[in-house]
Structures are given as structure tokens and as C-alpha cells.
Ligand binder design. Sequence first.
Ligand code: ZN
Length: 420
Amino acid sequence: MNRFLKNIALALLFLCLTMTGSASAYALDVIQVRFGLHNEKTRMVLDLSDVSDFRVFALSDPYRMVIDLPGFNWKAGSVVKPPQTGISDVRQGPLQPGISRIVFDMKNAVSVKSAFLLPAQNEKSNRLVIDFTSASPQEFAADKGKIFGTLRVSDDTAPGQETTLAGSPANDLLGIDSPPIPPRKSFGKKPLIIIDPGHGGIDPGAPGPSNLREKDVVLALGLELKKQLLATGRYRVMMTRDKDEFIRLADRVKFARNNSGDLFVSIHADSVHKANIRGASVYTLSQKASDAQTAKLAEKENKADLIAGIDLSTEDEQVANILYDFAMTDTMNQSKFFANTLVDRMKSGGVSTLDNTHRYAGFAVLKAPDIPSILIESGFMSNASEARMLNQTNYRSKMASSIRSGIDAYFEHVRLTQNN
Ligand code: ZN
């Protein structure tokens, strides 16, 4: 088929996909990936249906080369990769709304020398051209952080963002194959809610008046929430802890993932120097905290493991991956949607809330890449009257019931989205 006919065929296919309302139809097609082998470099050419912004960079541990493009349809089939290219595998898929990613797993370090776009000309289609060479680890280190192209990606995952998935071994956590709605892992079963009462054991959390401690207050609230959720008959519930014991942050996330949780709800109670500050707030994950106070809060909560004398740098690799890696995918959007729903229900349920009730911060327990996760600061231990309220059965019951109502609304949304 000559290129003209092929283009028409592709245009028709695109039209069909658009008309049937398929969500997989993007404006851009990646038509083919091919290689030119030279002595001094390897040239990779991506034939594209259109001129396009792009971004190319290399990662280590293990070595990978990454191409980000606006959302694309993969028409390139399985890529033929000559052994000399050093490529062991090619993966691709949506990274976040509007952005898709191609990952080339490399056998050795590579150095990207140049990347540029050539618009269609004569017989040739639009092409993204990338020249790369193999590199020594030293050469790789020298090139670290180099990014070719100008594609803007929010919640950046490129090198230089050290807390993100850049340079991480967790290929399977790149989130590149996530569908728009997180798959219901408990398909055919009731959704599984993971309740995560913060702190515990040797980590008391924030202190309150009259020897009240965050770890006790949040456990009681977690147990009340569990009771209310089970009473609806609509959910299964598991708790990361249901007694006064210390659990590492990473193990909380691991627990949720190992059990294929559908929703992760971490419960805390904050503390600040200003004793008059009070009200509940809901947090979702972000690398950038909403404000300085929020950043400080995340830092404090993330120190739970240090309190127990655990040095994360000695953690096994898998745990480290889970902690430091998260996919910037639809899970984040699901979490945000859930958080906003929850805030509504809290406000209408008579729970006192902070201004800007939904906030963002880098809490370690929210980093499961595939489970919508939120952290509730149910109130302030540092506010004597709120701490006492949190210690009362009736206020806890009111708080738990607004959380339960938020969870109901969230799963109603999931049900509706998946049924059409
Ligand atoms: Zn806490």
C-alpha cells in the first residue's frame, strides 16, 4: 500500500474510532519504529502521523530510554530491534491524561546525543529522530538530567526530580499501561476498603491534652469507620492495624497492594503550634505541597519510620520502589475526585473543616500507584477542645459517617463510569 492510500486508510480508521466514541483514539499515530546502525551511533526513527512536541531522556537502574509524546495510537506493532541497538524490550502506553510514553529497556547505559523532528517531505512521513550511543556509567552520570524536546508534562517524572520515578528500577510501576479508570481488582466481589490508622506502638503520633495521643484517637476512628462500612453490606474492609502496634509506612502501602485494595484511607490527627487552629482536612498525593505548612505536615508524618529507628536506605528494593515510585496516572485523578467528594460530605455532615479542605502533599503512605489513596487529618490534637471531641464516641461516629458517605458516593461514581 503506498503512503497516500495508507494515510487515507488511517484517516478513515481514526474517523471510525472517533465516531464510535472510542476513548483510545488520539490525534497522533506512532506508525513505525525503525533503526539505522552506524559505527559511531544508533539512529532511531519514529514515523508519526503528524508533527508533534516530544521529550526524550535516559534513566538508570535499570537503564532505559524514554520518549514522551502527546497521547498516541500505537500502530507500530511489535518493534523489530536489532541486537546492536542494545534494546531488550519496548513498552508503551498512556502516562497521564494527554501524554503517552514509550520506554525502551536497555541492556547497558545509553547516552542520547540528539533528538529532533523532521516534518513530512516527499515520500517521507513526519519523523522523530533520536541518535544515541552506548555509554559508560561515568558518561551516563555526566549526561544525567539532559532532556531533549519541549513537551510539557505535568507532575514531572523526568530526571532531576529525584523523589519521582526517575532512575527507579520499578518498571512495572511506571503506570504506562493504566486504563482511564483503575481496574476493579475485586471484580465480582465487594470493593475492598483499606483503613490505615496512623502511627501506633512506639510511635504515638501527635500528643493531645490529658495524655490523649493521636495513635489512639485515629485507631478508634478507624474501627468506627470499619463498623459503619461493614454495616452497609456493600464493602469488605481490612485495616493496616487494628491494635496498638507499629507498622512501617512502606508496609502499609504494601499491605494495601498485596490485598488488592480498591481504596486506601489513611487516618491521622494533626498538631500545630497555634492552639486555636482546628478542623479536618483531606490530602492527596502531590510532589508539590499546597503550602509550607502542608509540606511540613507531610515531612512530619513521613518521619514515622525514623521514630522507630528504621533507616529507609537499608530497606529492600521492592519496598523502596513502592515508597519512592508512583505512577502519575489516573489513580491520582481518582484520588482527587474521592477527596473532593469526601470534603463535601464532611461539610454537609457537620464535621468542622479547615479552609482549603482538600490539600496536596507528598505523604509516603499515599504512594500506591494503582490504588486511589487519601489521607484524612481528622482534626488537631493541638487544639484541646477538638482533641477532646475526637475522643468522644458521638463525634467519631459523625466523622466516620461522613467518610462512609463519601466512600458511597465514590463507588457510585465508579459504578456509573464503568457501566457505560
Ligand atoms: Zn499522624
